[in-house]
Design a binder for this molecule. Structure first.
Ligand code: PGA
Length: 257
């Protein structure tokens, strides 16, 4: 049985006061003994103060990106070991805003290197994959997912499948208000799990959590999370307010009980 996971991707939003207020609210609403994991992925400067604010809550922190080299002359980059030093346990890798937005343009090779760096440092990666609208319309969705997953995992050893997370994030659903249907999500997730089985073995693949991300809101979360191969969500816009994020955590918990 996979334990549901709800991860917030705050992107370049919120300030320190807003983060502290949100964590204070989550401290009230989240019961750390409940069967759902919660992770907050914040901008780098906030991770240290967050670690303090989260003490005792059972809520984990994550970075939104990592650089693949361990150290050196890489102005502006942050290594996996630096993330670990903040207390972060997770890191988002290959988010579509980094794959596709001008100025980032991360390719599959770089994502593969980042994944290795994260795993070597003991971080749990949240590997994002997903098709664009043009790719979906051309019926290439499953091929794109296979390609991105396989490329990311070249030469990667998954020792503990509970510490490796995949997020299916259709690019057309991110920040658009256009959420995938539960069936579209299930089809993509089942495909990813089966492909994963071909790479790391089906028993291991059964233990990997696959999150859905893209315009999840409290009213759409429950039905998506109820799908067999959906193990929670990666939440952008709806994670910026404590009431909507708490409602999504509740939906994740309810979906598997
Ligand atoms: P969204 O973002 O929930 O605002 O669509 C999700 C994400 O980018 O991970």
């Amino acid at each position: 049985m996979r334990r549901p996971l709800v991860a917030a991707n705050w992107k370049m939003n919120l300030d320190l006061a807003g983060i502290r207020a949100l964590i204070a609210d989550l401290r009230q609403s989240y019961d750390k003994s409940s069967d759902v994991d919660v992770v907050l992925c914040a901008a780098f400067p906030y991770l240290f103060p967050m670690a303090k604010a989260l003490a005792g809550t059972g809520i984990r922190m994550g970075g939104q990106n990592v650089f693949h080299e361990a150290s050196g002359a890489y102005t502006g980059e942050v290594s996996a070991a630096m993330l670990v030093d903040t207390g972060a346990k997770y890191v988002i890798i290959g988010h579509s805003e980094r794959r596709h937005t001008i100025g980032h343009l991360e390719d599959d090779h770089m994502i593969n290197l980042k994944l290795k760096a994260a795993l070597n440092a003991g971080l749990t990666p949240i590997l994002c994959v997903g098709e664009t609208i043009a790719e979906r319309k051309a019926e290439r969705t499953l091929d794109i997912l296979t390609f991105q997953l396989r490329a990311a995992l070249i030469g990667v050893q998954i020792e503990n499948p509970a510490k490796f997370v995949v997020a299916y994030e259709p690019v057309w659903a991110i920040g658009t208000g256009q959420v995938a249907t539960p069936q579209q999500a299930q089809d993509a997730h089942a495909h990813l799990r089966s492909e994963l089985g071909g790479i790391i073995g089906s028993e291991q693949a059964d233990a990997v959590r696959i999150l859905y991300g893209g315009s999840v809101k409290p009213d759409s979360a429950a039905e998506i999370f109820r799908q067999t191969d959906v193990d929670g969500g990666l939440i952008g816009g709806a994670s910026l307010k404590s009431d909507s994020f708490a409602a999504i955590i509740t939906a994740a918990l309810a979906s598997k009980s």
